[in-house]
Ligand binder design. Sequence first.
Ligand code: NAD
Ligand code: UDP
Length: 326
Amino acid sequence: MRDLRRKRVLVAGGAGFLGSHLCERLLTEGHDVLCVDNFFTGSRANVLPLLANPRFEVMRHDICFPLHLEVDEIYNFACPASPLHYQADPIQTTKTSVLGAIHLLELARRMRCKIFQASTSEVYGDPHLHPQLESYWGNVNPIGERSCYDEGKRCAETLFFDSWRKEKVPIKVARIFNTYGPRMHPNDGRVVSNFIVQALLGHPLTVYGEGTQTRSFCYVDDLIEVVLRFMKAPEHITGPINIGNPAEFQVIDLAREVLRLTGSRSTIVYKPLPSDDPRQRRPDIQRAKELLGWEPRIALEEGLKATILYFEGALSGGALTVNECV
Ligand code: NAD
Ligand code: UDP
């Protein structure tokens, strides 16, 4: 007989960077966790230590197709998140966001269970409002190279809010700003993993444009904490809620900080700025503070040190391979 106090939690995208941290934390809280992933960017290695736990299961499945399961809660983290990967097969990226949302919302409607959507700061595009508030509708190119991701995530938000309004599905929509930490993929092209791996290997750090564009970097532990708080919040708290660290840095300063913390003698090289690359990004997190009593605790230096340690171990242990993109 199943312990009814224990929730059966579905984590779509659970073998990815954020999803694997979420699975780990949910297991620590005593739940049964089913990780559903097609392993496009995620890996078994990310969840390997969890496989020994009898309350953890992994299912290979593409969320572009329907699922029929018995679950009590759903988290949707399935979608490649780095520009390099989501642009590799842009139509599949849009399908993952849109069809994935349709199928998971259908499951949530059938099970009458809460569903969390990992949305993104990209819904604001290249913002004219700074810092970004949830009420801002964004400045998004619908036909550019980032559109498969940005517009897919915007459409997913539409599906979530229509399911809430029309079918009373209990939704939680979080707009996640750049998050980093251990288990980022070394080749996925994101700035924190790129710079750290480049610095550790003694390769030049690739700054795109002049490096004056800004981002705000949230450490993964802070992010998982607020995701869980949001899911536990009362049903009328649907979001969207910005989650991220409001400390804002220029990309060039991040490069210098990584060089300082690694002690690397790598040089910095400048490469062309990718198209539609947002010039500035910083979350207004007032809503998360008021509704969820949350604000990030881990400063960039501390989070970078932990991430550097992870990549040092992974690179020296041969667990990770690095290709030409870094
Ligand atoms: P990630 O690429 O490490 O993880 C995504 C996971 O989804 C991978 O395991 C991948 O294999 C899986 N996946 C992709 N398409 C799928 C499909 N069709 N069916 C099933 N599984 C599929 O990326 P991440 O950084 O962990 O991001 C997780 C989620 O958070 C994404 O939805 C992303 O858009 C969102 N997000 C992340 C950030 C960030 O900074 N990391 C920022 C904003 C939003
Ligand atoms: N970036 C960079 N060098 C890299 C990777 C990224 O200068 O090797 C820049 C990129 O152009 C962007 C910022 O860093 O301005 C953040 O990029 P990332 O891909 O991590 O996230 P996103 O653009 O989706 O916020």
